[in-house]
Design a protein around this ligand. Structure first.
Ligand code: ATP
Length: 320
C-alpha cells in the first residue's frame, strides 16, 4: 500500500494534532503518499482533500483541536453517503485510512472497512468511553484541565465556606469525573454508572463541616440523572450550606495536550501507518497497560466497558 489518508471526526480532543503529525511523518518516512481529509466524513464525501508533506504538520504537536478540523456528518450515516465516500477514496487512489475519533467515528470507519477500504481506528475522545482501550487520546488533558479548575474553585470555596458542584463532561461515561475527582481530592463523585444516595451524601457533608472542613467539592459527570442545579438545590436545602454550580463545559475540550496524550498520540499514529504499510486488515489501535495494541476493528467496537469501582471506593475512603 502506498497511498493513504487521515481524517479527524466527531468531537475534537487534545492530542489529535500530535496523532496527525505522527501518521503524516511516519508515512513520509516510509515513502508513502498521505492525504489529509478536512472535516471528517463530511469533507470526505465532498472531496475536501489535500496532500500532506513534512511541513504540513510543523508546529502542531503542542496545539489542541485539529488542523484537519472535524465534523459530524448526517449524510455519512446513509448507505448513499458511505458509497459516495468510497468513490472519493477510489478516485484519489486512497487504499487505507487512518480515522481519529470516538466510538461513532470508528463505527463509520468499520462501514468503510466493509466496503474494502483498510481502516485503522485511533481512539481520540476526552470521554474515555471506548471499551477496548484503557485510555483514549485527549482524556488525560481533559482531566488535567478539570484539576486546574478545581484548584481555583477550592480557593474561593474555602474562603466562603461553600460547597461547589463541579459539572464535567463525559457523556454517559463517568471517567473524567472519577479521575479528576480522585486526583483533585473531591468530597463526592457522582457518575452515571453508579447510583448515589443523596441523603447519605448530605449527612457526610454535614459531618465533614462539623469536623472543620472549610469547603466541599462534588464532582458530577454530565450523564448523571439529577442535574447540577437540582443537586445544588437539594444539598443547600438539606444541609443549609450555600452550594454553587460550576459547569466547566467546552474548556475541557481545548488546550495544549499533556505529555501523556502527546506520547500516546505519537505511538498510535505511528502504529496505524505501520499496519497500513503491511497491508493489514482493518484494526483498532488501543492501549492495554503500558502497551500499544491493535485488534480487529469490529471486535473492538463490540466490547463492553468495564466500570472501575475500585477507584470510586478509594476516592470515598480518602475523602473522609
Ligand atoms: P465523540 O464521542 O468524542 O463526540 P464520536 O466519534 O463518537 O466522538 P459521533 O458524533 O458519534 O462522535 O460520530 C462522528 C461521526 O461518525 C458521525 O457524525 C457520523 O458521520 C459517523 N458515524 C457515527 N456512527 C456511525 C455509524 N454507526 N455508522 C456510520 N457512521 C457513523
Amino acid at each position: 500500500m502506498n497511498t493513504i489518508g487521515v481524517l479527524t471526526s466527531g468531537g475534537d480532543a487534545p492530542g489529535m494534532n500530535a496523532a496527525i503529525r505522527a501518521a503524516v511523518r511516519t508515512a513520509i518516512y516510509k515513502n508513502m503518499k498521505i492525504y489529509g481529509i478536512e472535516r471528517g466524513y463530511d469533507g470526505l464525501i465532498k472531496g475536501d482533500i489535500k496532500e500532506m508533506n513534512v511541513s504540513s504538520v510543523s508546529d502542531i504537536i503542542q496545539r489542541g483541536g485539529t488542523i484537519l478540523r472535524t465534523a459530524r456528518s448526517e449524510e455519512f450515516l446513509t448507505t448513499e453517503g458511505i458509497n459516495k465516500a468510497v468513490d472519493v477514496l477510489i478516485k484519489y487512489g486512497i487504499e487505507g485510512l487512518v480515522v481519529l475519533g470516538g466510538d461513532g467515528s470508528l463505527r463509520g470507519g468499520a462501514e468503510l472497512a466493509k466496503r474494502g477500504i483498510k481502516v485503522m481506528g485511533i481512539p481520540c475522545t476526552i470521554d474515555n468511553d471506548l471499551a477496548y482501550s484503557d485510555f483514549t487520546i485527549g482524556f488525560d488533558t481533559a482531566v488535567n484541565t478539570v484539576l486546574s479548575a478545581m484548584g481555583n474553585i477550592r480557593d474561593t470555596s474555602t474562603s466562603h465556606d461553600r460547597c461547589t458542584v463541579v459539572e464535567v463532561m463525559g457523556r454517559n461515561c463517568g471517567d473524567i469525573a472519577l479521575y479528576a475527582g480522585l486526583a483533585g481530592g473531591a468530597e463526592f463523585i457522582l457518575v452515571p454508572e453508579v447510583e448515589t444516595d443523596l441523603n447519605l451524601l448530605c449527612r457526610k457533608l454535614v459531618e465533614g463541616i462539623r469536623r472543620g472542613k472549610m469547603h466541599s467539592i462534588i464532582v458530577r459527570a454530565e450523564g448523571v440523572k439529577i442535574s447540577s442545579v437540582e443537586l445544588a438545590d437539594f444539598v443547600q436545602r438539606s444541609t443549609g450550606f450555600e452550594t454553587k454550580v460550576v459547569v466547566l463545559g467546552y474548556t475541557q475540550r481545548g488546550g495544549s495536550p499533556s505529555a501523556r496524550d502527546r506520547v500516546l498520540a505519537s505511538k498510535m499514529g505511528n502504529r496505524a501507518v505501520e499496519l497500513l504499510l503491511k497491508d493489514s486488515e482493518s484494526r483498532a489501535i488501543g492501549l492495554k497497560g503500558s502497551d500499544i495494541i491493535d485488534m480487529d476493528l469490529t471486535e473492538a467496537l463490540g466490547m463492553e466497558r468495564k466500570w472501575d469501582q475500585e477507584i470510586l471506593d478509594l476516592a470515598d475512603i480518602l475523602s473522609i
